[in-house]
Design a protein around this ligand. Structure first.
Ligand SMILES: Nc1nc2c(c(=O)[nH]1)N[C@H]1C(S)=C(S)[C@@H](COP(=O)(O)O)O[C@H]1N2
Ligand SMILES: [Mo]
Length: 221
């Protein structure tokens, strides 16, 4: 079953892109999301810019917090699970237009991990890295300290699946979904914002839903 999941994940985006060009689908050429030509889970598009992503679980998942902090730390999955969990229910909104209403995410507030690490005064931003080896994201420190920004361990009241970035992903509720980096492995405090994967390719660093990227999606919450 794990093998099938991995194969599906690896093949999905490439197969879908091939299908789109074969069919000449022009509705949505935006690379950060995929048009719904293939069956997908409940309105979601599984998306990965990396062709394959290793599976990690309780035995080998690690999340590091480092950079401009007093106390660098490394968390196992169990350590993250033992911290207080926060549940948030909002719409997921991809910048290409697809939306999944009322989706619960649950995990540890990022601010809790930042407080535990002791952010140094010169830090103004965070760089997030992923164990897919490719994706990255960024937030300013004030954005990262919001109560609706999580290191999510659960989605739709189930453990986060590999396809959705499990065992842990970033969840930035008020921003377009590309900010919610899947397969999160590193949280590094930096002096300045270092634009993430899609931001280097033209998407807004401050990705507020409804007021960025030239879009006018109205948040429903
Ligand atoms: N590591 C990683 N995180 C990522 C992406 C990615 O390609 N790799 N894609 C982003 C984009 S554009 C979207 S819309 C969502 C998709 O999340 P999902 O696959 O759980 O639907 O993940 C975001 N986080
Ligand atoms: Mo996206």
């Amino acid at each position: 079953m794990l093998g099938l999941g991995a194969a599906g994940l690896a093949a999905g985006p490439y197969l879908q892109r091939a299908l789109e060009s074969a069919l000449g689908a022009a509705a949505d050429k935006d690379p950060t999301g995929l048009t719904g030509l293939l069956p997908n889970g409940g309105g979601f598009r599984y998306y990965s810019v990396a062709p394959s992503v290793p599976h990690r679980g309780p035995e080998n998942y690690r999340l590091s917090v480092d950079g401009l902090v007093e106390r660098p730390a490394t968390y196992t999955l169990d350590a993250l699970r033992r911290l207080p969990q926060t549940r948030i229910v909002r719409d997921v909104q991809c910048v290409t237009g697809w939306r999944v209403p009322d989706t619960p995410f649950e995990g540890v507030t990022l601010s809790r991990l930042l407080d535990a690490a002791g952010v140094r005064p010169e830090a103004r931003a965070i760089r997030f890295t992923c164990f897919d080896g490719t994706y990255s994201e960024s937030l300013t420190l004030p954005q990262a300290r919001r109560a609706d920004v999580l290191v999510a361990l659960r989605m739709q009241d189930k453990p986060l699946s590999h396809a959705h970035g499990g065992p842990a992903r970033l969840y930035v509720a008020p921003m377009y979904f590309y900010k919610s980096a899947k397969w999160l492995s590193g949280i590094t405090l930096t002096r300045d914002v270092e634009p993430g994967y899609w931001e280097e390719r033209g998407y807004d660093v401050d990705a507020w839903v409804g007021r960025s990227n030239g879009r006018d999606d109205t948040p429903t919450v």
